[in-house]
Design a binder for this molecule. Structure first.
Ligand code: ADP
Ligand code: MG
Length: 222
């Protein structure tokens, strides 16, 4: 995995957020200020402009550069949170940059990214935020990687965990972020950040699966 791979995943996640833009916007209009998806799309636009550079970089450097770009363009609560995720992943991968990137290492990097986000956002699960998707996905990823599950099993399982985490935010009362100002009235709405994370996780997993299927087919036809 390298910068070229990252850029294809960024393109897939960007397209998925764009497809779900109206829904995510209306979720943030209900319990926030409506800007979440537009913040995110601005970040994707800025990272997309760097694709030529990112493609030349090793994974940890591509993640670091993306993190800096996200921090300077996304804004809101989610900008520094997504920037922390990317930076935490970058630091984890940089510590062992010369050896091959394995599934275990990606799982560890994702866990490091989520923990960096938690240092910033100071919350775990249950407060109706994107952490209700990211933490269970990270835990499942770690569990499957440690048990030696195949990449395919992991890529099929994580989107399901993301969907469950996202749906669970509907019955929660927000205790963090702008939605917490609504108190009990935040109940009954899915959290926009949880939904955008679900959409991105699904898109990334599906993209990796389809790339793997394509390269298998190419092998068969060679
Ligand atoms: P803002 O609320 O400042 O307008 P955004 O609209 O970009 O920021 O992002 C809102 C999302 O940020 C929420 O839906 C929620 O998922 C997430 N969020 C808010 N506060 C936190 C926090 N402390 N930790 C984790 N996620 C948070
Ligand atoms: Mg907002």
């Amino acid at each position: 995995m390298n910068g070229a791979k990252v850029s294809s995943l960024v393109v897939a996640a960007h397209a998925a957020v764009e497809r779900n833009k109206d829904e995510i916007a209306s979720l943030d209009q209900a319990i926030g200020d409506g800007d979440h998806v537009f913040n995110l799309l601005r970040g994707f636009g800025a990272v997309a402009a760097l694709v030529g550079t990112i493609e030349q970089l090793p994974l940890h450097a591509a993640l670091k550069l993306s993190s800096q770009k996200v921090l300077s363009t996304v804004g809101g609560s989610s900008g520094p949170l997504f920037a922390s995720l990317l930076l935490g992943m970058s630091k984890s991968l940089a510590s062992d940059a010369d050896s091959e990137i394995t599934t275990d290492k990606v799982a560890d990097a994702f866990a490091a990214g989520v923990s960096e986000m938690q240092r910033w956002g100071k919350t775990g699960t249950g407060s109706k935020t994107m952490m209700d998707v990211l933490i269970p996905v990270m835990q499942e990823f770690m569990k499957l990687a440690q048990s030696g599950a195949s990449a395919r099993q992991i890529l099929v399982s994580l989107p399901k965990v993301a969907t469950d985490g996202c749906q669970a935010t509907k019955d929660m009362v927000a205790t963090k972020g702008r939605a917490s100002f609504m108190g009990e009235r935040s109940k009954g709405h899915i959290d926009p950040g949880a939904r955008s994370c679900e959409v991105m996780i699904r898109a990334v997993c599906e993209q990796i699966l389809s790339d793997a299927t394509e390269s298998k087919n190419e092998e068969v036809h060679e």
